[in-house]
Design a protein around this ligand. Sequence first.
Ligand code: PSV
Ligand code: MN
Length: 413
Amino acid sequence: MAEDAGYDQLCERLAQQNIQVSVVEAALRQQRIETPSWGYANSGTRFKTFAWPGAAATTGQKIDDAAMVHRMTGIAPSVAIHIPWDRPADGDYAAMRAYAESQGLRLGAVNPNVFQDEIYRLGSLGSPNALAREQALADLIECCEIMSRVGSDTLSLWFADGTNYAGQDSLRARKQRFGEGLSAVYRHLPAQARMLIEYKFFEPAFYSTDLPDWGTVYAMCLQLGPQAQVLVDLGHHAPGVNIEQIVAFLLDEGRLGGFHFNNRKYADDDLIVGSVNPYELFLIYHELATAALGSQAPASTTARAVAYMIDQSHTIEGKIAPMIYSVLNCQEAYAKALVVPHVQLAEAQAEGDVLGAHRLLTDAFRTDVRPLLARIRQQLGVPTDPLAAYQRSGYEQRIAAERGVRPSSGGFQ
Ligand code: PSV
Ligand code: MN
């Protein structure tokens, strides 16, 4: 009842601001967030991994958990895979895909791991060791083939490459090796597929990182071609960086490929997205929603094709519940971005009404969109309080009893 009153009040306010509720609701029903297979397995810090009872130990279990997140939220219908962590022992990717589909899920971005083999001590594509570069290329090309087998159109690349000490390697040579390596991978991309390239300013390399920022990756993408786009991981910037401005720039240039959502206080903390800075998440969604609802190409088409993915590894808060909470935080941020009165905002901006424009935006951020989200969840046929429903479902207790405590994970079974 209270929810209905809240919903009616919100609709009234939106009508006054000439915002069509049907457009907002349709956008929310179409929202999609991909969850990461690695987020369901045990992982930790460099100090300790606290094994969570029932955490997924096989790719089959990761798929089961991702499917549960989708059943609770209705907007997380795909799961990203990481190779070799999710490589099937028998190489049967068709079986993996079929299993995911039987659980109502799609396999999403394929993430090659070219950072854990011994040969990658000095890097992968940027390594001074030609054998390491060859191995990396082979691993990356394997992922292009896996994409075709699992029906994925997204190759999501992140490289741990860099140096720890000044003088350790030639910075220009590393740049050139990356240019050559990425071009070779680009030639193996399946037709219509995209290659999303992630940057990170430090870690695990501490002196230089080969792809440290969006500008470097953007320049590489321009050389590679239109199928190469930039992936923004919210944890991969120095403190204080204006991420929404990076998003706006890349949208306007048609080169924003996707997101790895998470939140950070200090470095690449991998915390629940929106837990530290929900305002930043809202401002990012504001850029995306403004572009997607508008008609100015290439920003509008680019915004509509963005791959929204979560990249989080929870260490002490469980696995599935924090993933659900993360999806809900993205949904709430998007809903708030959708209730920004764009026409009035543009007018205030054009008039140079600094405070007026700012207030329009912050009023939208302060709007209680929960009654609207409850309505959307009813429309999607999922619980109105997904987190509470998950906690009541008994799933957590069941997987803890069935799977036990398994410190490591890997392989589709
Ligand atoms: C690296 O910090 C990263 O963000 C990359 O996306 C990896 O693929 C992922 O985390 C998991 O290691
Ligand atoms: Mn990432």
